[in-house]
Every structure is written in C-alpha cells, then in structure tokens.
Design a protein around this ligand. Structure first.
Ligand SMILES: N[C@@H](CCC(=O)N[C@@H](CS)C(=O)NCC(=O)O)C(=O)O
Length: 415
C-alpha cells in the first residue's frame, strides 16, 4: 500500500480513474504536508523502512494480531520497568510518593535579614506543588524579595531551562518558562549538584536555593509556603496577610491531611496505580472527597470559613489541573470538576483573587503532562482544552461573596 492511499478515501489513488491533471497534484510536498512526521524517502523514513523490512521478511505486512500482542507485551514490560523507577508502589500496587530530601521546619521560623535576601526559587509550571509556592509568593508580595527561575520539562522528564528571560514579571502576563536566572545552569539537576557535597537524588521543583551559600534550603512545597507566609516580616509587601493564623492552624492541618492523601496525591495514585484494586481504591477515595468538599463549600466560602488559608492554596492547584489533565490522563473520570457547582465556583473565586491568574499557565501545564513529564501518552497529542478550564470560563462570576460576611477578597489579598 502506498503512503498516498493512506491519506484519505477522497484522495485519488493510482487505481482511482481520476483525471491525469488531478494525479499531477501529488507532489512530494502534498504528501509531506499530510504526514509531517514522514519523509517521502523510504530510506530516511523509519516507519516506511520498518514496513519495507517486514514485507521483505514476511512477504506482506505483519498480521495485526502479531503486531498487537508484541506491542502489548513490550509496552507493558517497559511500562512496569518505568513505573518501578518513577512511581514506586507498595505490594498492592498503590503509588507511594517519595519523600522530599530537604525538609525545613519553618512553622514559627523567621529568617534573618541577611538570609532573606539571598534566596531564589526554582519552579516548573505544570507542577501543582510548585504552583503553591508561586501563589503564596504572589499573595504575600514577595516577588522582589525572592526571584524565581522557571524550568520547563525536558524530553527525558527532567527539568531544563530553555525559556526566554524577560527579566522580572510585570503586569497581567501569565508566568512563562525562563532561563536559570541565578546560576546560569542548563538543567535543574546541575543546580542541585552545585551544593557542597553534590547531589544524587531527584531534582524536584519547587526548590528554594540559598544563593550565597550555594545550598538547597528546602524542596518541600508545604515548608516553602509556610516560610513565604510567615518568614519575611515587613519585607513582604502584603505583610498583614496571614494564610495560616494560629486560630485556624488545627483546622488547616485537618483539611491538609484529608486533601493531601485523597486529592493532591490522590490524582497521582489514580494515574500511577499498578493494579485494578489500587486504582479502584484511589479513584473512589478521590471522588468521595470531592463530593464531601462540594457539600462543604456550598455554605462555606473557603475551607476554614471566611478567610483564605494555605489549605485552600493546596486544594486549588489540584482543582485547576483537574479537567485540564487529571480527568483524562490520570483516569479521574467519574466526574469532571465542572460538574461540581460549588467546587468550580470556589476554584473561580480563588482564580479571580488579584495576581492568582498570572500564576496559571494552562498551555505549559497541558504540554508538561501530555507531552513531557509522564510518558502516559505516547502519541504526544495535547487534547483540546476542555470547557470550563480557560481564562474566560474561570473569569465568570462566582457569586460566592455572600457566603462571607465581609467581602475580604479584594481588600485583603490585593496589593
Ligand atoms: N513533595 C514534593 C513533591 C515535589 C514533586 O514531586 N515535584 C515533581 C514535579 S510535579 C518533580 O519535580 N519531579 C521531578 C523528578 O521526580 O525527577 C513537594 O510537595 O514539594
């Protein structure tokens, strides 16, 4: 079968008694346009080469049953090998997230004036854990105190610096990938290795770096957001905002432990589970929790009442990726987030807090998941953006102001 006849039934093939003038239109350019990945030269074109070799050895194309069974067993073996390394699971097939290597207990910690000025934050835009740090940084007004470098996912799943450096962000632009603005490294792994004693572990984002000491301060998102919330005193432009006030700490922790296991990490458990039982448990836990949250948020503006807290930030970064990525790629398919009226309104409420929208880059997030970070999608096709996910939909009125006695959003969170 020639590659031309694969194009479309409406294309005339050599067997098709179309006029000669029409046949003339099939120049190599026409073929290339329809098959961008295929070179017309069968020697240079790997797909064509493979087809030719199988024809030579077999006399015709391989029978579909043989192709399917070979690909299935090869793919399953490679998948299991990859998952064992990338997404370790317990004996029941349940995904177990590796712990962060650089922890810091910043709960009641205040940085010295000197230390506060030598910090640099490394993030990646698809990552929900890194997104937490960008939101708290924006709400507290720490952009000029802690500069940020934004890594992109590389083809091998590691973080690389291949963006354009536009200097500091201003205005309403969404955040974009940058270069490494402090160490000039090409990859995040190189940055980690600059620390005394080097580094062999996972080079994850978010990562807070001490520029002067050339040391990783912390690579655990919750520690970093606690530090951003309370460690900078008057250096934060919005120093009056407390996203973890002592009176709410216990409730915040309660919500965090529910949300972390069932939602933040729950979506990964669905996507990475390696047995039907593990997937069933994860997906049921996830949707039971989303149902419960939707009920709770019917009468409560935020998780802990009238004030936005760190728990809301943690929930938001998973919700904003839900229909965009997890629903499809991680098989979180029972419902779409847009079907939860309160959860979707709550997500829009937070999205519309000044400066939060600029921390969301939907294109980079979709590319990251569908094309780079996790090879769950070998075709690398990025699906069309689902309804309810883009800037326009998220800017729709949420009508949640009436749930809190004083409308806090614009006065407290705006700088
Ligand atoms: N527990 C960590 C998780 C961070 C994490 O898993 N980051 C992922 C991106 S979403 C990463 O950088 N992975 C790279 C790798 O594992 O090599 C946190 O909350 O900061």
């Amino acid at each position: 079968m020639s590659s031309i006849s694969l194009l479309s039934p409406t294309f005339p093939t050599l067997k098709n008694p179309e006029s000669k003038s029409k046949r003339k239109q099939f120049t190599p350019t026409t073929i290339r346009m329809s098959h961008p990945s295929q070179s017309p030269n069968p020697i240079l074109n790997p797909k064509q080469l493979l087809t030719n070799i199988t024809r030579l050895l077999w006399g015709k194309s391989l029978p579909p049953q043989l192709i399917i069974s070979t690909v299935r067993s090869t793919w399953t073996t490679v998948w299991q090998l990859m998952m064992a390394q990338m997404a370790p699971s317990d004996p029941s097939g349940d995904y177990t997230r590796p712990t962060s290597q650089f922890r810091a207990n910043f709960g009641s910690f205040t940085l010295s004036r000197q230390n506060r000025k030598t910090l640099h934050l490394y993030v990646g835009l698809p990552c929900p854990w890194a997104h937490r740090t960008l939101i708290v940084m924006a709400l507290k007004g720490l952009e000029s105190v802690v500069p940020v470098s934004v890594a992109s996912p590389g083809i091998d799943g590691s973080w690389v610096f291949d963006g354009i450096d536009n200097g500091d962000r201003t205005g309403l632009d969404e955040i974009k990938p940058s270069l490494d603005r402090v160490n000039g490294c090409k990859t995040l792994r190189e940055v980690y290795k600059l620390r005394q004693g080097g580094y062999d572990g996972r080079a994850t984002v978010p990562m807070l770096w001490d520029v002067e000491m050339k040391e990783v301060v912390c690579n655990e998102s919750y520690d970093i957001i606690e530090l951003f919330n309370s460690g900078f005193g008057e250096l934060a432009e919005n120093s009056g905002l407390d996203l973890s006030p002592p009176s709410l700490k216990a409730r915040i922790e309660e919500w965090n432990s529910i949300i972390y296991h069932s939602v933040n990490n729950g979506v990964y458990k669905c996507g990475f589970s390696q047995s039907q039982e593990a997937y069933d448990a994860a997906v049921n836990g996830l949707f039971d929790t989303l149902d419960m949250l939707d009920d709770h948020l019917c009468s409560s503006r935020y998780l802990c009442g009238d004030a936005l807290t760190l728990a809301d930030v943690c929930l938001f970064t998973t919700l904003i990726r839900f229909d965009l990525v997890y629903n499809v790629l991680f098989k979180c398919t029972k419902k779409k987030l847009v079907e939860y009226p309160n959860l979707h309104g709550y997500m829009r409420d937070i999205y519309q807090i000044p400066k939060v929208a600029e921390t969301c880059n939907f294109g980079a997030t979709m590319d990251g998941y569908y094309k780079f970070l996790f090879p769950l999608n070998p075709g690398n096709i990025r699906p069309i953006m689902p309804a309810g996910c883009g800037h326009e939909a998220l800017s729709r009125p949420h009508n949640r102001e009436s749930l809190s006695p004083v409308s806090k959003t614009s006065e407290v969170y705006a700088l």
